[in-house]
Design a protein around this ligand. Sequence first.
Ligand SMILES: Nc1ncnc2c1ncn2[C@@H]1O[C@H](COP(=O)(O)OP(=O)(O)O)[C@@H](O)[C@H]1O
Ligand SMILES: [Mg+2]
Length: 256
Amino acid sequence: MELLVEGVGHAFGALPVLEGVDLEVRAGEILSLIGPSGCGKSTLLAIMGGLLRPTRGRVAARGTPPAGCLNPFTYVFQDFALLPWRTVAGNVALALEHHPLSRAERRERVAAALSTIGLAEFARTYPGRLSGGMRQRVGIARALVVRPAVLLLDEPLSALDAQTRELLIEEFLALWQRDRTTAVHITHNLGEALRLADRIVVLSRRPGRIKATVAVDVPREGRTRPEAAGRIAALHAVLWDLLREEARAAARELAA
Ligand SMILES: Nc1ncnc2c1ncn2[C@@H]1O[C@H](COP(=O)(O)OP(=O)(O)O)[C@@H](O)[C@H]1O
Ligand SMILES: [Mg+2]
């Protein structure tokens, strides 16, 4: 499915958070959103997924959801948002509550989602016994169990150490390759955006507006190869040039 964001603006009371956001998320692409802290990225994601109604503008979804889709939109959050008193399987099954499924289908979906992300043997484990990387694998499994049309990832790897993040990037891409689910991905890590995204949207400081859209014109599978290093570094420099002033000004405003 694809998403069309048209003239979206949002304010929380008197605080304007987003202004004039026009954006198209193409079917089967990963779009990364970057911008200074507090510029409205999470707000925009909540609006895209229908969790929050914008004060201006609208979001339209086009296309048919994949077979077996229960929820068109699913989220993966930075803090994993797992219930400590439910097992791994129980946490994944949470996404299936309120859906009229047979017990067999419920079991089958949970098992498939867990095995997809390499968690089958941890089905009965509690989140407290898992590492951060494993917990986020549960978060991803919970998102996939509904066979979403659009994945909304809000800094999914930000709480993880560098090596775990690298592993999850590889695992996520291998997984994503199979279904090519349309995805919107927020990160503050330029390297992560340059690994995952087809296009990277740079937001200004609050109220967030689109400052630029940068296409990552290197095939995904080649981005870590030495031949691509020059191009990736050039894109990194372009992005940082766009972000630097915004981040500096946002930090000053935060301190004031
Ligand atoms: N529910 C809310 N009520 C009031 N203000 C909010 C709410 N959610 C976010 N904000 C404010 O809106 C601004 C943008 O927040 P957010 O979208 O979370 O930014 P980002 O994800 O880019 O860091 C911030 O100043 C934040 O404090
Ligand atoms: Mg945020």
